[in-house]
Design a protein around this ligand. Structure first.
Ligand SMILES: Cc1cc2nc3c(=O)[nH]c(=O)nc-3n(C[C@H](O)[C@H](O)[C@H](O)COP(=O)(O)OP(=O)(O)OC[C@H]3O[C@@H](n4cnc5c(N)ncnc54)[C@H](O)[C@@H]3O)c2cc1C
Length: 287
């Protein structure tokens, strides 16, 4: 067991604004590891990873805490907690899969502290909110001292625990198109209802009109090095009449489209089989 950490030895800065935070990150001599809720970072240190030399606390920065709902978009600040998302009825109406995902992170205490930005930046393939973010076809806004830039969420997770964010960038917000007439689902399969990292999870945003699938966005977590969209399944479904046969074909295609690994949480076979069942679940619950 590792010795208890002496938090007094940590070198933490507490910027009061996003401008101050990005200014720290712009200079290699002041740049530090960003600390939001700390629910991922603290666990890593407790498990023995050396704490970083410098920390920049972005917890509570006002610019990262905002939620804005416009005609077609929902903007959610990176510092918004899972608990806030879980309880925010304005958001639920427009991105219900994301709200369900936030409500499935850890348990109440972790939801009170963990942030959406921290979940995305941590870039775990098992991060609960990633599939729900992916199916919105939204963007992530990154802030640096020079500029703001947006990156499509579909291009944000670039590899195992890697993102498109540069070392001097801070995730500022998520810009998510509202679901409109589409139906969203989120399902997480774990060993228990709370405090379980997923064996596999799925989010979907599907639009049906007169029995025909107009568009389908389906994403899975914990089946690859990054959260993924099931592009082949989506293309197969688009424009087709919903039928039992179509659902079965989509289920089989989903199973053939993934190549998950086995680890302590699940076998590869179970993950592959469940990937298909989750696609079936999304298609059978479109009301
Ligand atoms: C008991 C327990 C249970 C958990 N259960 C789950 C679970 O069921 N599902 C799940 O997905 N996760 C789970 N987690 C992991 C964690 O709670 C979430 O990933 C949480 O959202 C992390 O957010 P945070 O604000 O605490 O991140 P932090 O720990 O503060 O940061 C995580 C990483 O993101 C970076 N970062 C944070 N904010 C930003 C930003 N705005 N811009 C750029 N980089 C940033 C940090 O530098 C760090 O590298 C669990 C953790 C614990 C301790």
């Amino acid at each position: 067991m590792s010795p208890p950490m002496n938090f007094d030895l940590l070198n933490i800065r507490f910027p009061k604004t996003l401008d101050e935070a990005v200014a720290f990150q712009a200079d290699e001599r002041t740049r530090g590891r960003l600390l939001a809720g700390g629910t991922d970072l603290m666990v890593q240190w407790a498990a023995g990873a050396p704490p970083p030399q410098r920390l920049i606390s972005i917890w509570g920065l006002p610019e990262l805490s905002a939620i804005r709902v416009s005609k077609e978009m929902v903007e959610i600040g990176a510092g918004v907690t899972h608990a806030f998302l879980r309880d925010c009825t304005d958001i639920r109406a427009h991105v219900p899969a994301l709200v369900a995902a936030a409500a499935s992170v850890g348990a109440t205490q972790i939801q009170a502290r963990g942030t959406l930005g921290g979940n995305a930046a941590n870039a775990s393939p098992a991060g609960d909110t990633a599939p729900a973010l992916l199916v919105t076809d939204g963007m992530v806004m990154l802030a640096s001292a020079q500029r703001f830039r947006t990156v499509p969420l579909t291009a944000f997770w670039t590899g195992y625990r890697q993102t498109a964010a540069q070392p001097d960038e801070i995730i500022a917000a998520f810009l998510l198109p509202k679901k409109g007439r589409s139906v969203e689902r989120f399902r997480k399969i774990g060993t228990r209802k709370a405090q379980a990292i997923s064996k596999i999870m799925a989010a979907s945003r599907i639009r049906l009109h007169g029995g025909t699938i107009e568009s389908a966005a389906i994403a899975l977590g914990s089946v690859a090095a990054t959260p993924i969209r099931l592009g082949k399944v989506e293309a197969f479904l688009a424009g087709k009449k919903l039928s039992r046969r179509l659902v079965e074909e989509a289920e089989a295609l989903a199973q053939a489209s993934v190549a998950p690994i086995a680890d302590i949480r699940s076998s590869a076979e179970y993950r592959r089989w469940t990937a298909g069942r989750l696609v079936r679940d999304a298609l059978e619950n479109l009301q």
